[in-house]
Structures are given as structure tokens and as C-alpha cells.
Design a protein around this ligand. Sequence first.
Ligand code: GLU
Length: 467
Amino acid sequence: MIKTRFAPSPTGVLHVGGARTALFCWLFSKKMGGKFVLRIEDTDLERSTPESVQAILDGMAWLGLDPDEGPYYQTKRFERYREVIEQLLEQGHAYYCQCSKQRLEELRESQMAAKQKPRYDGCCRDLGLKPDAGKPMVVRFRNPGEGIVSFDDHVKGEISVSNAELDDLIIERSDGSPTYNLSVVVDDMDMGITHVLRGDDHVNNTPRQINILRALGAPVPEYAHVPMILGDDGKRLSKRHGAVGVMEYFDAGYLPQAMLNYLVRLGWSYGDQEIFTRQEMTDYFSLDALNKSPSSFNSEKLNWINQQYLMSLPLDEIVTLVMQRLDRLEIDYDRSIDLAPIVDLYRQRVVTINELVDSIDYCFRDFESYDEKAAARALKLPALEPLQRAQVLFTELESWDAVSIHAVIQQITKELDVGMGKVGQPLRVAVTGGSFSPPIDQTLELLGRQRSIARVARAIDYVTTIK
Ligand code: GLU
């Protein structure tokens, strides 16, 4: 069975690059009818935090990248790593090394001075050292002395490295903790990982990992090392470029569908298609269509994709998201209000859920000031009479519903012998603060009588003072 894994180190939030790796792993496993494993690589006790683990889990849950297995935690598997290290020692694939930091430092310096690649010289390789309680010792993997390691990477093609280039890497530190390359190998082996998809910053580790896997008699997985993500300026994506944590996009009001769609296109393509449902991504995904060159993060494109989803998802889904956002922002609103018509109008015109909420905020709260242009156009002297008439007639109106309100507005246009715009537009600016809203009668119904009348009164004051 095909098995992929996403193996983040919990030293920060789930960033865009990590989320993309997780998505590729998830997609590939789904496409192949396999399994997707989540493994938390928390062996770096100083830098790993529970908050970061939670942030990773939250990010994956938001994107709907649920693992079929895990999360596994490496810190819970120390005994198993010890067991494998012991096995490697017994079989002669590993040995104890007592070289001091100072010796290794001097070695390094002399190699650098001689313009050689710094590497361990194998000083303790054949000493047959045994662990000694009094002496700090590390365990090194006995890398094969000759031959080459090669693998056919799904993105980079064939990669071959001569064993002579690889030195005997440390697999257990002197404090007894396993190193990254050892724990990854043991886990990939024990968890039956068949495909390793990860960032290409790990490509240099792969030949070493393959050698350890071979020493353990374990099958070697297939690899796909995906190129990094660059910022708009061509430099590696980082905080400098703005939000890099996926949950920052949740906070900013992006839709998970849009984020996933955006991520999948960062390094993968399928013809010219830009918008993919999750099912389409899964159906069309293939490792061999992963891009070979780095992709650039482009906020404009993310915005465009988000807009596409805002416009095309079922209205009730967007309404639910708006309601959740209102709750999150602790905006008090009348729950009997039907938000659907207003959300439907504004979703065409905004980029994010947050902007949507901002746009309809006038329904729930008094706005601070009018949109300048809108007021300059509509709240002028000719608006005074229509507004004053509306104030009176709205107060007298028997039933506060769109049909009755519409009738009142028509009555005013007749009485004053003006067009619809001369009444509707001042009213719109008066009650919404801006110059677009759903049909004004519906907007007024939505707002409620009291709020509407109070805002009309405020607009009358405004027109009177600027006069
Ligand atoms: N824990 C490693 C990281 O976060 C990934 C290891 C791997 O995928 O092999 O960079």
C-alpha cells in the first residue's frame, strides 16, 4: 500500500511551504488509495513546543488535511530508536566515537585550510570502543566506504552521490538522543512509508538515509523533493514577505478551499487549469507533474482565487462563514436577520470574508463616518427634503417590510416629482455610509425601523450642517 508522511518539526506555526508539502502528500496518498501519516518530529526538545504542535494540527484541520494515521510523536519513540542503534552497533554498521569537540574542530580547520571538504576522518571507526559511563561518546553510522548511492527523484531526476563523499554521521548524541537522520529512517521504515515527499532542503540527507535503510535491510522509499517557495522578490519566502503561517490567512478571512487551490498550484500544474475542486486535484495529481523550478508566492493570485471561491461556493456556506466571523469578532447582531441577500450582494465585490464582514458591518453597528465620495455626491441640499419626508413616513409606516418601504419611497418620488435615484441614493448613503448595498427597501428592512430612522435623522443633520 502507498503511504506518504508529513513530518513537521514543531518549532513554529504551519507555514505555507509545510502546508504545501502536507497537501502534496495528502493528495498523492488519496489518489493512490493509500494512507497519509502525520509525524511530529519533536526530538529537538529545546525548540519544540506544544503550542507549535497545536498550531500545526490547527492548520491541517483548517485545510482538511486529515491524517489516516498519527499524529505520531518522535519523543514517544526514543526506546525504539535506541533499539535500532543497538542493532546497528551489534551488526557492525555503527560504532562508538570518543573524539572530542576540540579534536573535531581542529580537524575541520585543517581540512578547510587544505581546501578539502570538512568530514569526519574515521578516527574511531576501527577502535571497537565500548560505552564507558565516564566518557561522553556519540554513535556514528559506518557509511559504506565505496560505491555510489543513487536514487531517481520524481522531481530532480537521477541523483548519484559517491560514498566517498559521505562521512560517518552521528546517529546518537552523547546525551543518548537520536539525530534527525536516524529517527527519520527508523520511522519511515517502521511506518511503512513508500513515498517521501518533502522540501528539497533535505535532498542532501537522502543518500545518508538510504545507506542507513540499506544497513537495516529496509526497503528504500521513492522520493520527491519539491523546490522551495520564493517571495515576490525572488528570495526565499519568509516573514519579510508578509504572512507565512497558513492560519494567518484564516485570520485574514481567506477560504480553506482557496488556500488549498492556491497551494496546489504552487509547484504543480495541470494544463492551464487554475481552479480545482479537491476531487479534481486528487484525480489529476501526479508526482511527475511537480515543477522542477521554485515557485513564487503571489498574493494577487491568492486574492483572485479567493474571490472566485467567494463568488461560486453555495451561498449558505458563505453565510455560515460570515456568521462565524461575526461571532469571532464578538459583533452582536440580531440572529433573526436573514444575512443571505446582503452577503450575496457583497460577496461579488470583496476579496475576503473579513472584507465582507466589514462591508455589511453597518447592518449591526453605527458607522463612524460616511464614505467621502458617496456623501459628497448624495448628501447634498437636494437630498434634504426626500430625507425629511422619509423620516416622517417611516415613522408612520404600519409594517416594516421591504414592500411597504418600497411604496413609501415611491410615494416620495411622486410627491417631490423626482427620480428614484434622488430618494434612494441619499437614503442608501444615510443608512449604509456608502454608495452600494442591496436594493434599498431590503436594506432598510434588514436594518430595522429604529436604526433606519436614527440614521436618516443623522443624515438630515449632516446635510443641514454642510449647507
Ligand atoms: N522534520 C523535518 C522538517 O520539518 C522534515 C523531515 C522529513 O520530511 O524527512 O524539516
